[in-house]
Design a protein around this ligand. Structure first.
Ligand code: WT7
Length: 683
């Protein structure tokens, strides 16, 4: 399945310099290890597991599973029966065994240049123990779910690791999500406690996070689910400066005249007051390998988000191994992943993977364009970043400003560049490679999902010849296949559904509280396979190219949204009778939201209504889901059985007249009508 020979032409190679020290220095070596990982996965992963501390050994097979719904329940178990603690492995072991106590775990770089902190492994461990004791004293026990709604601050890492230290399950909700979304997630996972912050700045915009958290808790209360406790970190208010977390005290860079911090003494607790009295020693809770580690919500095609559940042992092994090999981690690296911890990229490749390896990372609170478009490269130079991981949408955004803001900075420390979130168009790849990396740094285009826990298709920087736009080949232990509509595996060059034939340690275990939905979503369509929901092409050289989602999902700036989710937010408005949402290609965001709305009788479409609808979606879901276009649609193209033909709507959104076969439409005149009143003629 991995080609014997890789092509000599039209490919890019990692530098000789990199090959000298690399863990996997050649394609030959990759193939050898890959074969081993497939032929004897137990041996392969057991070797990696030796690097970790296990309180007790596993009892059953190393990796046990069923991927075939016709043969019974779907399950995956890794090192079942073994016990460990992931926090112990990523912190205590680094401080005590590897003597990395004084090594920097995070260089925190605030939104405002000059606002910075340094946190060592020892300090991080102390903070985590303190906060773990705080959680315990407020009744949080093993297995309890804790919701975290915080900006990109070190305390977010502290909160998540404190949870897992005591065996509690964190459910982090991206701080860009709305109160409604937070409420939905808190209720779905029945969280007993919420951790949040007063507020934060994104660029020059103030986000009153506590206000949103309170609104969410009120909604929970109204729906009969009162959350007893809310711990709030003062990030912007005065006290933040009085208890500096790192070794230096930060300058007071965060002025915020408009900060609103409502306080409910029955529920609210102040982070700083709580940790002040807490001991910085806390015995970890030993957990089973298959105990729940965390829940992270991702969009589902029915509109209701799915709580993707990961477990302790397998996720730990997989994020550690992928981090080490995909970024070719070396002890003197300074690594920077620009994602938010609220997404899986941040979970796996800011917190768990890098810390498991004892790496030093940059943790960045701000935006690539604030205060100017050179910020990323300024940070790269400031900390001498060697491995840099970002999203195609950020690259495309910066590309618009040309190479000059990049070339103002040296970037000579950079060795490996990574991307994640969506297919990277070859143009953006070339710019990243040539302008940012000066043809010196390989690009690892990592394909994966919230569900996969870590990278599944990816180049290894010193081993894999790269083709711009291709995620290349599978990571160790991963067996991809391409299926046609009837579920037959296609050989050689082909295009179809991307599926995986067997599990790897880090794959999700279930949808929280809904195992049936897990089976239906990922395993029903093609029994025996995990179905990604992505389309994929394999070229003549065996390279995999992701072609995009083939379900009702949209990818806006690397974030998945379901059309159903946006549609239901629109129809909740009293003026709207029906809505249909499709993606329209966008030069920076990848896709933008184009919404068709059919209004109730007697309602007239106007600018005020349009603004209200946009606001409605933003409030229901979050700013990332704000519609770019809304079109008044007196009728929608439907089949005789009443199914909306999205294919047709996508064409209308893009102003493409070539409709294909529309003979199944109940009333084809609506199509012409919709073309006539496109809301964005000329865009
Ligand atoms: C979906 C998963 C994985 C963390 C970020 C997104 C798309 C992701 C790539 C890539 C082509 C990609 C897929 C996938 N995707 N990375 N390198 N090339 N497509 O996590 O929100 O779970 O989204 O993102 O469509 O299924 P997510």
């Amino acid at each position: 399945m991995i080609p014997d020979k890789v092509p000599k032409e039209d490919v890019f190679h990692g530098s000789e310099e990199l090959k000298k020290e690399a863990h996997v220095p050649s394609f030959e070596r990759y193939k050898e290890l890959y074969l081993k990982s497939i032929e004897s996965p137990d041996e392969f992963w057991a070797d990696i597991a030796k690097d970790f501390f296990w309180k007790t050994k596993h009892t059953g097979p190393f990796l046990d599973y069923n991927f075939d719904v016709t043969k019974g329940e779907i399950f995956v178990k890794c090192m079942d029966g073994a016990s460990t603690n992931i926090c112990y492995n990523v912190l205590d072991r680094n401080v005590h065994e590897r003597k990395l106590g004084n090594k920097v775990a995070f260089y925190w770089e605030g939104n405002e240049p000059g606002d910075e902190l340094t946190v060592t492994y020892r300090e991080l461990l102390q903070r985590v123990c303190q906060f773990a004791n705080v959680l315990k004293s407020h009744g949080v026990k093993k297995g309890d779910r804790v919701s975290i709604y915080m900006p990109m601050v070190v305390e977010l890492v502290v909160a998540m690791l404190a949870c897992v230290r005591i065996g509690a399950v964190h459910s982090i909700v991206f701080a860009g999500f709305s109160a409604e979304s937070l409420c939905e997630r808190i209720m779905d996972s029945q969280c007993s406690l919420l951790i949040t912050a007063d507020g934060f700045y994104r660029g020059d915009k103030l986000i009153n996070l506590k206000l949103l958290a309170d609104e969410a808790l009120q909604k929970c209360r109204d729906k009969g689910f009162p959350v007893q406790r809310c711990i709030m970190l003062k990030h912007l208010s005065k006290e933040a400066d009085e208890t500096p977390l790192g070794s230096q005290s930060p300058p007071a860079k965060r002025s915020c005249p408009d900060l609103q911090v409502p306080w409910n003494p029955e529920v609210d607790l102040c982070w700083h007051t709580l940790v002040r009295g807490a001991s910085d020693e806390c015995e970890p809770e030993w957990c089973e390998s298959e105990d729940q580690l965390f829940i992270l919500y991702t969009s589902g095609s029915t509109g209701k988000p799915k709580g993707v559940l990961h477990t302790v042992g397998g996720y730990m092994l997989y994020t550690a191994a992928t981090f080490k090999l995909v970024f070719d981690y070396q002890p003197d690296d300074i690594y920077w992943c620009t994602a938010d911890i609220g997404w899986i990229t941040g979970h796996s490749y800011i917190t768990y993977g890098p810390l498991a390896n004892g790496a030093t990372s940059v943790l960045f609170e701000g935006l690539p364009t604030y205060p100017d478009v050179g910020r990323m490269w300024e940070i790269v130079d400031k900390y001498h970043v060697t491995k840099f991981y970002t999203a195609p949408t950020a690259i495309r955004l910066l590309m618009k400003y040309g190479s000059e803001p990049v070339q103002k900075y040296k970037r000579e420390s950079l060795k490996v560049l990574g991307t994640v979130g969506e297919p990277i168009n070859p143009e953006a790849w070339q710019w990243y490679y040539t302008v940012v990396g000066e043809r010196r740094c390989p690009i690892v285009d990592t394909f994966w999902q919230t569900e996969t826990g870590g990278h599944v298709l990816t180049p290894l920087p010193a081993a894999t010849p790269m083709k711009p736009g291709s995620a290349t080949f599978p990571f160790f232990g991963v067996v991809p296949a391409i299926l046609n509509e009837s579920g037959e595996e296609l050989e050689g060059p082909s295009e179809g559904y991307l599926v995986f034939k067997q599990p790897w340690p880090g794959v999700m275990r279930t949808v929280y509280g809904n195992h049936q939905r897990f089976e239906t979503t990922y395993f029903k369509k093609f029994p025996g396979y995990y179905v990604t929901g992505d389309g994929c092409r394999r070229d003549k050289d065996g390279y995999y190219w992701i072609t995009g989602r083939i379900d009702d999902m949209l990818n806006v700036s690397g974030h998945l949204l379901s059309t159903a989710e946006v549609e239901s937010a629109l129809v909740e408005h009293e003026a709207v009778a029906e809505a249909a949402v499709v993606g329209r290609p966008h030069p920076v965001k990848g896709e933008s939201l184009y919404c068709f709305v059919t209004l109730n009788d007697g309602v007239k479409y106007n600018r005020t209504l349009e603004a209200e609808l946009k606001k409605q979606v933003r409030e229901k879901i979050g700013a990332i889901a704000t519609p770019d276009y809304i079109q008044d649609a007196p009728g929608l193209p439907k089949t005789r059985s009443g199914k909306i033909m999205r294919r047709v709507l996508r064409k209308i959104a893009c102003d493409e007249r070539d409709m294909g076969d529309i003979s199944t439409l109940a009333d084809s005149s609506v199509v012409e009508q919709l073309f006539q009143n496109r809301c964005c003629t000329g865009v």
